[in-house]
Each structure stands twice: as structure tokens, then as C-alpha cells.
Design a protein around this ligand. Structure first.
Ligand SMILES: Cc1cc2nc3c(=O)[nH]c(=O)nc-3n(C[C@H](O)[C@H](O)[C@H](O)COP(=O)(O)OP(=O)(O)OC[C@H]3O[C@@H](n4cnc5c(N)ncnc54)[C@H](O)[C@@H]3O)c2cc1C
Length: 509
């Protein structure tokens, strides 16, 4: 069978926070953009597993891409998140010094931050630190206060970028691995995925830890990415009050050190450690790694109760050698192939600024950028039942009883919210996709209660058989086959019940 052929001005490879941000930025202009992602959903790469901090920008070496784009990205966050309906909290951050020696280093960090253009940095004394963070290690000597630091939801941002890009005309292909790229004189490309060929004048490589493999497809080998794994503890909301803002130790050589931070959803995270791993698929957590994380976290917050940990996870940093900085720009000799590669921390913070930088590089390379008069920068935040007051909740339930049918009890997610998530502009077909959009399965029981119910709703709403529903695409099936399994029978009943509740499907599993 002939592959489907798509003509595009720009193909963006990789739908993490960087690729989706670039696609959304380009959707302001009258250009044909295709965003291609090999996984079943956006944000399933490094974007789903990091510390979720909006860094102030005092860490990076002045003059680097990292330094410039961190500070610019940080400044863009409030408006970006407001426009796109994404959770963001400007809570400030603290680098906590435990010794006089470390306290001396805080002044170096402050000076570096000021050279990077970070506003409002201040070294504050012990008493003030304890006033701000009563559960911090009482041995604290001083801290660097960064008022522009914050926290966000990385997957919410990538999903919102993608939805807004699609609403403004970008074509998004999911489960579409790029397997080869034909190049003509460095300025015209045929990007191949199974069943699809995209003819494009420009390619943007935003493939995260796989960006070196993508660059090799155009005959270049300018950098090599070795993933550096970071492991985490996620703690229950019950202990969310222990810290009010990210607490960093004085930075280590390989990373910013093990952090304790609240999340925008009210949990606490502790991590990450830093370990180079050879395998780009190695997202394992280890007893040794987690012990290191806990020890580091307790240096900042000694009372962190391990029994309140609800899960562990790991993320992979895209460490590019021989370049320590972000790699942003055309590949040598392939002028219309633009890398946005080696985007390790602070890549989440920098993402809105990386999108601007790549836009400008494309314009310099000859992409005509005429603004679209009908571009709509606003994407409304989907209704989150748990965020509403009692009156609003009652009104919703009155409008549709499925708003009162709670599927995820830990996070109070009703059936109607899951149905909405399954029918939004960027398709979502997996349990993790539902979790990232609604938080069903993100609570204390980690989907033990709601998982089977979500499978049944996906089956009913999207017509995917329960055995084919996956956790995160590929072969991550939830069920192994049809026996006399009551869940499968009930899932079928759900479809039958469609007529029971005023023509609306209602799952009673
Ligand atoms: C442990 C850790 C902690 C971090 N903490 C922070 C933090 O607190 N603050 C911060 O600012 N930054 C942080 N970062 C960095 C931040 O998470 C990353 O910079 C950011 O998520 C990178 O996004 P990305 O889009 O480049 O990569 P990804 O999210 O990995 O996206 C790349 C996408 O490309 C796709 N892809 C790959 N190959 C192909 C192919 N052949 N065809 C189609 N698609 C393909 C992948 O499936 C993937 O979805 C952290 C990173 C880690 C690992």
C-alpha cells in the first residue's frame, strides 16, 4: 500500500514539552506544521518524569543557552500558563546552606544569578528561613531566596501546548515513530513513519534522549546523548504541608542536588539523584538510588515520613557530549535541520523560550512567518471537579449525573471528567493519558481502585476492547485476555447501560 503523503513547511519530531511548545509557537503563523510523536500520547518521554520546577536561573553558566533561556522561560511562564489553563505557582525557592562554608557559596550563586539577569535574589539568615519553612532542618545556616522560582505541571503544559497547536491548525501524529529521513541538499526532507511520508522544507529535532539517533538519520553525528537517570519519591498529600516551596541543597557537581518540593497538586516530591545509564529505556528505580534520595531529602526536611510515600519513579536527563549546553540551531551542513537537543534541566523552565528561539532560527533560515489573524492563544482549562466549590459541584451534578459518579476516590475524579478527557482535541487512549489529564490514578492507591473502571470507560467511549487498553501504549496491556473475568463482562454491560441513564452511557462497575 502506498504511504499517505503529507506536505508540510515544518515537521517537528518529538511531542514533549519542547516539541509541543515549538509547534504551538509556529501555529501563530501561516505555516503548515506536523508534530510527530512515536509514543501513544504527548508528554510520555522525559516530560512526564521530572521535578516540575520553574527554575529562577542562577545555576547555569552565564552566556550559555541554558542561562539565557532559563531566565527568559521563567519570565514567560505566568502568561503562558494563564493563556493555556495550566497549573503554575510562583512560590519562590530556597537553596539551603547547612554549613558556614556552604553559606559562603550562596553568595557565589547569587552573583551568578545576577549576571544571568535573575531578579530579586537575596541571601537570608537562618531565622528567616525557619519562619518561611518551619520543617526545614534546624541546622540551617542561611539560604538563597529566589522569588521568581516556582512549580508547574509538565504534562499539563505539554498537553495544553499540543491542544492549542492542534486548535490552531497543527497536525499531530501519535504512535508515529520517525524511522528515516531523506535529505536533498540539506534543505528538503522526506520524513518517514510507518504508513506516512512527510515532505518538508524544515525539520526540528526535539526528540529528547533520542535526538542523537534522529540527527544520524540526516547523516550527522555531532553529539551523543547518554541518559542520566534521576529517581524520586512521591509523597501523599497528607504531608504536602511540610514544605511550601522548592528546597534545594547547595548544588552538587552533576545536578542541582536532591530537592524537596511541593507539587501543584498538593503532594511532595523528593529527588532526583543522578546516575549515568547506558540504556535509553532504563526507567527503573533501585533500592540504592532511593536510599540516596531519602538521605538527601532528610538533610533538608528531617521529619519526612517514608510511610507517606505513595510511589517511586525515575526520569532520564538528555546529557549530550561533548556539548554541556542545550544544542539549539542547524546541524552543520544541513541548514534546514534544526536541533533542539540536549535539553536537560532547566528544559521544562526554558521550553517557552526555546520555542521562541527555534522560531527565530527558522525565520533566519528562510521560513516566512506571516502572522495568522485568527490565531487563538487561549486554551481553556478543562473542568476539574475537585478544584470547584460545593455550589459549582452541585450545579454540574444537576446538569449531568455523571459528574456525581466518582471513579477515582483518592483524587475525586468523576466519570464525566474522564469522558471529557477522552474526547478532547488531542486523543487520549491510555490509563496514563487519563491520569495526566484528570489525576484519576494519581492518588494514594495509585489506580488500584479506579484502574479497572477507567479501562471500562475507555472501552465504552472509544470502542477499544478491554484487552487492548494499555497503561502507556505499546505492549503495556492491563488485562491479559478474556476468561470468565467479571470486569470484561461488566465492561460490556457498561455499553448496554447506555440507554439506561437518559441516553448517556453510565458505568456501574
Ligand atoms: C530527573 C529530571 C529532573 C528534571 N527536573 C527539571 C525541573 O525541575 N525543571 C526543569 O526546568 N527541567 C527539569 N528537567 C528537564 C526537563 O524535564 C526536560 O528538559 C524536558 O522535559 C525535555 O523535554 P523534551 O521535549 O526535550 O523531551 P521529551 O519529553 O523526552 O520529549 C521527546 C519526545 O520525542 C519523542 N521521540 C523520540 N524519538 C522519536 C522518533 N523517532 N519519532 C517520533 N518521536 C520520537 C519521544 O517519544 C518523546 O516523547 C528534569 C529532567 C530530569 C530527567
Amino acid at each position: 500500500m502506498q504511504p499517505r503523503r503529507i506536505a508540510a513547511d515544518v515537521v517537528v519530531i518529538g511531542a514533549g514539552v519542547v516539541g509541543t511548545g515549538i509547534a504551538r509557537e509556529l501555529s501563530r503563523y501561516d505555516v503548515r506544521v506536523v508534530l510527530v510523536e512515536k509514543q501513544a500520547d504527548v508528554a510520555f518521554g522525559t516530560t512526564k518524569a521530572n521535578t516540575a520546577l520553574v527554575h529562577a536561573g542562577y545555576d547555569a553558566e552565564p552566556g550559555t543557552w541554558k542561562a539565557r533561556l532559563n531566565v527568559r522561560g521563567n519570565a514567560l511562564y505566568p502568561k503562558t500558563c494563564a493563556d493555556l489553563g495550566v497549573a503554575y505557582k510562583n512560590c519562590g525557592s530556597l537553596v539551603v546552606a547547612a554549613t558556614e562554608n556552604e553559606a559562603g557559596y550562596l553568595h557565589e550563586l547569587k552573583e551568578r544569578g545576577e549576571r544571568n539577569g535573575v531578579p530579586g535574589l537575596e541571601v537570608i539568615p537562618r531565622e528567616q528561613v525557619i519562619e518561611l519553612e518551619p520543617h526545614v532542618n534546624p541546622g540551617v545556616v542561611a539560604a538563597l531566596w529566589a522569588p521568581t522560582g516556582g512549580i508547574t505541571s509538565p504534562w499539563e503544559l505539554a498537553i495544553a501546548y499540543a491542544e492549542n497547536a492542534v486548535a490552531n491548525g497543527v497536525e499531530l501524529l501519535l504512535s508515529a515513530p520517525v524511522t528515516g529521513i531523506g535529505v536533498r541538499r540539506g534543505r528538503a526532507f522526506s520524513v518517514r513513519c510507518p504508513g506516512v511520508v512527510m515532505d518538508a522544507r524544515f525539520v526540528v529535532n526535539a526528540a529528547g534522549i533520542w535526538a542523537d539517533d534522529i540527527e544520524r538519520m540526516v547523516g550527522r553525528d555531532d553529539f551523543e546523548i547518554t541518559p542520566r537517570r534521576g529517581e524520586y519519591y512521591l509523597f501523599d498529600k497528607r504531608v504536602g504541608h511540610l514544605v511550601s516551596r522548592p528546597l534545594f541543597p547547595v548544588p552538587a557537581e552533576l545536578s542541582k542536588g536532591i530537592v524537596v518540593t511541593p507539587t501543584v497538586d498538593g503532594n511532595l516530591i523528593a529527588g532526583p539523584n543522578a546516575l549515568l545509564v547506558g540504556d535509553k529505556g532504563d526507567l527503573s528505580t533501585t533500592a540504592v538510588g532511593l536510599a540516596e534520595v531519602l538521605e538527601g531529602a532528610r538533610r533538608l526536611v528531617p521529619g519526612l515520613p517514608i510511610r507517606e510515600s505513595i510511589t517511586n519513579f525515575a526520569g532520564l536527563r538528555a546529557v549530550a557530549a561533548p556539548i554541556g549546553d542545550f544544542i539549539i540551531g542547524p546541524s552543520p551542513g544541513v541548514p534546514n535541520f534544526i536541533n533542539a537537543a540536549g535539553i536537560q534541566s532547566p528544559g521544562l523552565t526554558a521550553a517557552p523560550a526555546i520555542a521562541e528561539a527555534v522560531r527565530d532560527i527558522l525565520a533566519d533560515a528562510g521560513l516566512a512567518l506571516a502572522e495568522k489573524p485568527d490565531f487563538n492563544s487561549v486554551r481553556k482549562r478543562p473542568t476539574r471537579f475537585s478544584e470547584l466549590g460545593p455550589e459549582e459541584q452541585s450545579a454540574l451534578i444537576e446538569s449531568d449525573p455523571l459528574w456525581g459518579h466518582i471513579i477515582c476516590r483518592c483524587e475525586t475524579v468523576p466519570e464525566a471528567e474522564i469522558i471529557e478527557a477522552l474526547h478532547r482535541p488531542v486523543s487520549c487512549t491510555t490509563l496514563d493519558g487519563v491520569k495526566f489529564r484528570t489525576r484519576a490514578g494519581a492518588g494514594r492507591c495509585q489506580g488500584g481502585f479506579c484502574g479497572p473502571r477507567v479501562v471500562a470507560i475507555i472501552h465504552r467511549e472509544l470502542g477499544i476492547s478491554p484487552e487492548k487498553v494499555t497503561k502507556k501504549g505499546g505492549a503495556s496491556f492491563i488485562l491479559s485476555g478474556r476468561t470468565k473475568d467479571p470486569l470484561l463482562e461488566r465492561a460490556d454491560e457498561c455499553v448496554d447501560e447506555r440507554e439506561e441513564v437518559g441516553g448517556r452511557a453510565h458505568c456501574r462497575v
